[in-house]
Ligand binder design. Sequence first.
Ligand SMILES: O=C(O)[C@@H](CO)OP(=O)(O)O
Length: 239
Amino acid sequence: MAFLALVRHGQSQWNLENRFTGWMDVNLTAEGEAQARKAGQLLKASGVTFSQSFTSLQTRAIRTLWLALQEMDCCWLPEEKSWHLNERHYGALTGLDKAETVAKHGEEQVRIWRRSYDVPPPPQSQDDPFHPIHDPRYRQVPAGLLPNGESLAMTLARVLPYWGDAIAPRLHDGNVLISAHGNSLRAIIKHLFDLDEGAIMDVEVPTANPLLIELDAQLRPVSARYLDAERAQKLPAIG
Ligand SMILES: O=C(O)[C@@H](CO)OP(=O)(O)O
């Protein structure tokens, strides 16, 4: 048995502005920082202790982890950062206002871009100065692996190998805390709960509300609950 806590980052500036964010490195708002601290307080109150943490290469998830760890008196907790846990890359939609995009392309098209399983957004040009190939934090990632835009299926394809190689082994010898993003966490949830492509469309992950999942020895969920019941979202059935 092990516990896995999944925490989506606190509210970011572009969550607040309702803009497609993806790999853009947007910081937390003051509200997002407060949410991250509260996530730490809830994790501490749960009584679960962790032996390893993981996060993405994006400021909003890293700072959420740090703020939570501070509240947990656990700044010592080993942490590993990886691009594999980054948010889904939103391609050429990055930076656009979600409501304006609905007005321009229609609700159905935007729903497909946001929640379909395998339809990627229009690609971001590599000439765009914000394309990840120009960002030094991805220097060690082979350029061919850096996305121009990802569907949830493509996100899952880069999250899952990391889950298998780096995260799952740690769950055999302790509890794990992951601070990441709405869609990289949805990829992990799809895998853990064995959801089909339709079922994952209905799964939304609230900001900085720890999802505490108890796993059996085969890493199958035994129980799952959001620690902040007031801001919980619907969870998939277990078993
Ligand atoms: O903009 C984004 O990167 C994500 C998460 O905020 O949005 P969506 O809800 O469309 O997955």
